[in-house]
Structure formats: C-alpha cells, structure tokens
Design a protein around this ligand. Structure first.
Ligand code: ATP
Ligand code: MG
Length: 416
C-alpha cells in the first residue's frame, strides 16, 4: 500500500515563485476577459459523471481513459471535471439562463485527467477558458480568438505562439467526410493502431488526431475535409479567416487539426509553441453548436477555448510577472529597536509598501539578510532612535544614511 507521505503522481506543489506566475497569468486573462464582456463563472470541481460522459462522447480519450470517476457515500456516480466547457453548459441549463442569451463566461481552476505524467502534462492541471453562448455568427469565433490572442500578448508569449486553425464543417459536411474516411481507413485497417480501429467504428474523425506514428503516416494521405465542405461551411470558415486577418492576428490553416472532443463543428483552433517540447499546445478551442442540445438543453450555439495555465506560466517571462516595487527592510539594532521594528514595519505596510522585518539575530546578520532579499532601503532602529522618536534610513543604492524623525518617515519618499 502506498500510504507514504508524498505527492500523488502527476500532481504538483505550486511554490510561491510558481504561484506568482500563475497569478499573473490568471489575473491578466481575467482582466482581458472583462474588457470583452466575459463574466467569471465558477462551477463545481465535481459533477454527476453523466455531465462529462454524455458530452465528451464515449469515443474521446478523455472519457475512455482519463476521467477520475468515483462513487460517493450516497451511491452517486461522480467525476472530477476533466475540462471546463461541459460544466459551464450544465450550469447554463440547470440555472435556466436561456432567456439571457447571448452570454459570455470566463473561468479558471484545476482540472483532472488520468494521463501519463510528464513535463507539461499533469493529472491535476490548471485551465482558464472562455465560452461564448448564443451567437451563430462567425464573428463570435473571431472575437473569441481575439480574446485569446490579447491574453497571450499581455502575458508576453504571443511571439512564441502560432495560431493553427481549421474547420470541421457543419453536420452535413461532416457526414459526407466521415463516409470518405471510413472508406479510406477500412482499406488500410491492418495498419491502424488498436485505438484507431475502435475509432473507425465510432468516430473516424478522431483518427486524424492520433499520436500513434503508424496512424500519422496513414493520416498524411487521408482524404481532406476541404473536398467535402458544403457552401455554408466554406462561407463560415472564410468569414472567420477574414475576421482574424482584419485584426492582424497571424494564423496558419492546418487541415489535420480536428481536436479531441466530439462536440465541435465549424471552427477549431489551437495556439501552439515550439518552446515547450512535446507538450506544445497552450490553448485550444472551437465552435460547439451541438453541445447544449446533447445535454438536454435548447439548441444553443457556442464557441470557446481553454488554455493550460501550467504551460502558459512556463512560457511567461518572469520579469513581466514580478512587479518592480520598493522593498524596505526594518532592522532592529538591539532588543528595544527590534520590539519597535514591528510597529515601524506595520506603519510602512499601511502605506501600501512592502516591508520585510527580521525578528531575531544580530544587526550585522540582519543587514546581510536585507541585502539578500534585495531590499532597497533599511530602516535601522536602536534604543537611541526609539528614545528620540527617529529612525536611520539607509539607501542601499547610494549607500547614503540619514536619521529622520518618525513623523518625517510617514511621508518619506522611497524610490527604486
Ligand atoms: P493534448 O493534446 O496536449 O492532450 P488536449 O487536446 O487533451 O491536449 P484540451 O482538452 O483541449 O487539451 O485542453 C486545452 C489545453 O489544456 C491544452 O492545450 C493544454 O494546454 C492544457 N492541458 C490539457 N491536458 C493537460 C494536462 N494533462 N496537463 C497540463 N495541461 C493540459
Ligand atoms: Mg489530452
């Protein structure tokens, strides 16, 4: 039995320096979402298993192999959410929000998938995402992609990312394409991976998404959806591409892009990077007009995306995430000074400034620590300063040292 005190495989501890980056990414995304009129929604981390099993499709990898399913003490079948869209759609239906369309939601939080852990791939990972419900216009796809692009720009990684985009067409086009794929893959069945043989029966489109090397070779010569797109689908895709071109967002059409989930139609897209090794997709999404109906709600079009925060944070330049602000070390030179230092630090922080207080040790050691944490100033307090209601201010940048009154300290201007 593994009752060792360890992290569970595929989970991570986000230490303070990781959290700084995570917060920066989430706050940037949240701010941008507000600019686009997306409101934050927080759905539960677990749902009835059906919410995911019905929507993600029984042939998807996520549902077949990756969900954390369990029965609770009341005998309910529950699943830890592997992604955000199904929960948002469930909330839309069960909260009766149909009267308020169109609706735009932003979310972020942990997701759970039983995957093979590796760098950039975890069993508890974090996503932020956006869902736009109620528009069947391709312009909604454009705005949704624009939001994603704005976020990548804000967190300083857009230059490392490429937008890959494709269309899956509407229901009619997909049906025709599906037929062509079945014909092609059936003729090469012996070369398909075991997983893809199963996909061939249930959802042949998914074979195009396979990571198996043999499948990939077959995929290179598979029929292209392009040839099966009806006029409606072609026009839709053209409008999406024109829209993103108009905004100056660079993109590449990738006709192999199909996305892992069943509920997509028309637009699918991914932002990929070459900077993260094998786990190169940082953000992925598309249009899912059939999803809400599949879940028992009214027919409602939708388009959205999700991004892996773990991967975004890996790419984000630290200097962007870490705010440059003045740090003031408060240094008690003796017992009396040390006691008073708590109050001085308290008053500094009340001004909204960062103060680090050293609560034990000799004065020399404290000054060393102040240097080590990168303090810009030291406020030195000994018995004399306490008696005279003063403090000695040392500016580390200039080496300058002056004694000022505690009254003057209240409005002293600290500069970096
Ligand atoms: P992949 O092809 O990498 O398995 P996916 O198609 O399963 O990705 P989505 O379900 O579309 O991914 O999730 C959107 C984003 O969430 C991904 O692009 C990725 O950045 C992130 N993501 C997905 N699974 C994981 C994971 N196990 N660990 C970390 N990030 C993940
Ligand atoms: Mg996956």
């Amino acid at each position: 039995m593994s009752n060792k005190i360890q992290r569970v495989r595929g989970t991570r501890d986000l230490l303070p320096e990781d959290s700084l980056l995570f917060r920066f990414v989430e706050e940037s995304a949240y701010e941008k979402s507000l600019l686009y009129g997306y409101g934050e929604i927080e759905t539960p981390i677990f749902e009835f298993s059906d919410v995911f099993h019905r929507t993600l499709g029984e042939t998807s990898d996520v549902v077949n192999k990756e969900t954390y399913d369990f029965t609770d003490r009341g005998g309910e079948s529950l699943t830890l959410r592997p992604e955000g869209t199904a929960g948002v759609a469930r909330a839309f239906i069960s909260e009766g929000m149909m009267q308020n369309l169109p609706l735009k939601f932003y979310y972020s939080g942990p997701m759970f998938r039983y995957e093979r852990p590796q760098k950039g791939r975890y069993r508890q990972f974090y996503q932020l995402g956006a869902e736009c419900l109620g528009y069947d216009s391709p312009l909604a796809d454009v705005e949704c992609i624009a939001l994603a692009w704005d976020i990548l720009q804000k967190i300083g990684i857009s230059a490392d990312c490429t937008l890959e985009i494709n269309t899956l067409g509407d229901v009619e086009s997909r049906a025709a394409y599906r037929e062509a794929l079945v014909k092609y893959f059936t003729a090469h069945q012996d070369q398909l991976s075991a997983d893809s043989k199963m996909r061939l029966e249930k959802n042949p489109l998914r074979i195009l998404d396979s990571k198996d090397e043999g499948d990939k070779k077959l995929n290179a010569n598979a029929p292209k959806l392009e040839q099966y797109l009806n006029e409606t689908s072609q026009t839709f895709f053209k409008k999406v591409l024109e829209g993103i071109e108009k905004l100056g967002i660079p993109y590449k059409v990738n006709d192999h892009l199909v996305r892992g989930l069943d509920y997509y139609c028309h637009t699918v897209f991914e932002f990929t990077t070459s900077k993260l090794g094998a786990q190169g997709t940082v953000l992925a999404g598309g249009r899912y007009d059939g999803l809400i109906e599949t879940m028992g709600g009214p027919k409602t079009p939708g388009v959205g995306w999700a991004a892996g925060i773990d991967r975004l944070a890996d790419l984000t330049p630290k200097e962007l995430a870490i705010k440059k602000e003045v740090l003031i070390a408060v240094v008690g030179a003796d017992d009396q000074g040390e006691e008073e230092s708590v109050k001085v630090a308290y008053e500094i922080r009340a001004r909204g400034l960062k103060a680090e207080n050293f609560l034990s040790g000799k004065m020399g050691k404290k000054m060393q620590k102040a240097n080590k944490v990168g303090a810009n100033y030291a406020l030195i307090l000994g018995g004399n300063e306490v008696a005279n209601k003063t403090v000695t201010v040392k500016n580390f940048a200039t080496g300058e040292q002056t004694e000022i009154t505690r009254e003057a300290l209240k409005s002293f201007e600290f500069k970096i």
